[in-house]
Design a protein around this ligand. Structure first.
Ligand SMILES: [Fe+2]
Ligand SMILES: [Fe+2]
Length: 300
């Protein structure tokens, strides 16, 4: 288990990716109500973070070329958080039970806080020159993303959520949307990026304010994913159609998600980013995913 997973609060979420027993398909999953209560206990404020050393690190200790590479990872998160904040409303509304809708309402607040976290970091550190408010920063940041990112977030996710807003009783579409949102985007992509970015900064002893905030983001994500696993486990038990919807969505989205992890300047398959190989990052994502799928009752 990684150093991050040992930190207080991470294990409490019961994300199967953090439980070795999940390799055998066994995990203790929290109920929707327990997940809500955990949210109440795991609050934090972006305003409490101190970015003064981060600012000095960014401009004085990190070389220009490395700054550019770090920007790619940060941009994907900044924009990713903004996209998922905006898309979660219709998913929340389409959930069949009040307990589920209440939990997802807390998640909307979390995702908004994650956008604010990145905005504060960019502002306090001075990451982008000439972009002075949230909208300008988001526009400037979008230039750093690759094509697969657009396909996944603006094509696959937004397309489904738009349909779901018009047909909130379409539970099969809801299952597809949660598979994409919680299992692929949060589970396979976000947590993988977070894991390596935090580990790299800790090794290099850089950006302490960012690391502190990003650990809180990561703990929130484990809680969100724990909801996704609970929901998909419940649905998969209910009806074979839902099991098929999960599998179909995974098959469609995984190849695209795989490419989102690749930085836009990587022409070969054997790139390295911050000392981690493509193989290492993909293997980490695959292990987390396979544990969660086994718990849901689906083979990876
Ligand atoms: Fe988030
Ligand atoms: Fe999330």
């Amino acid at each position: 288990m990684t150093a991050i997973a040992k930190q207080e609060g991470f294990l409490e979420t019961s994300d199967p990716a953090l439980q070795e027993s999940a390799d055998r398909g066994e995990a203790k999953l929290l109920s929707y109500r327990q997940l809500y209560e955990l949210w109440e206990r795991q609050q934090w404020a972006t305003q409490d973070l101190d970015f003064s050393r981060d600012r000095a690190d960014w401009h004085e200790r990190i070389e220009p070329e490395e700054r550019f590479q770090r920007m790619y990872g940060l941009s994907a998160f900044f924009i990713g958080e903004q996209r998922v904040t905006d898309e979660l409303g219709p998913i929340m509304r389409a959930c069949p039970t009040e307990e589920q809708r209440i939990f997802l309402s807390t998640q909307i607040a979390d995702e908004a806080r994650h956008v604010r976290f990145f905005n504060r970091f960019y502002e306090a550190v001075g990451v982008l020159e000439g972009a002075d408010d949230l909208a300008a920063r988001l526009r400037a940041t979008e230039q750093h993303l690759n094509e697969s990112f657009g396909e996944l977030f603006d094509g696959m996710l937004k397309g489904r959520v738009d349909r779901l807003a018009a047909e909130p009783e379409n539970t099969e579409l809801l299952v597809e949307s949660i598979t994409l949102y919680h299992m692929i985007i949060e589970g396979a992509l976000a947590l993988t990026g977070q894991h390596f970015i935090i580990e790299y900064n800790e090794e290099q002893n850089t950006l302490p304010g960012f690391v502190e905030g990003f650990q809180n983001v990561s703990r929130d994500e484990h809680r969100h994913i724990a909801f996704g696993v609970r929901f998909l486990t419940d649905m998969a038990k209910q009806d074979g159609r839902y099991r098929e919807a999960i599998q179909r969505t995974m098959a469609e989205a995984l190849p695209i998600a795989d490419q989102v992890l690749d930085p836009p300047w990587a022409e070969e398959d054997d790139w390295e980013l911050f000392g981690y190989s493509r193989e290492e990052t993909h293997a980490f994502a695959a292990q987390c995913l396979s544990r969660r799928l086994k718990v849901i009752g689906l083979a990876a």
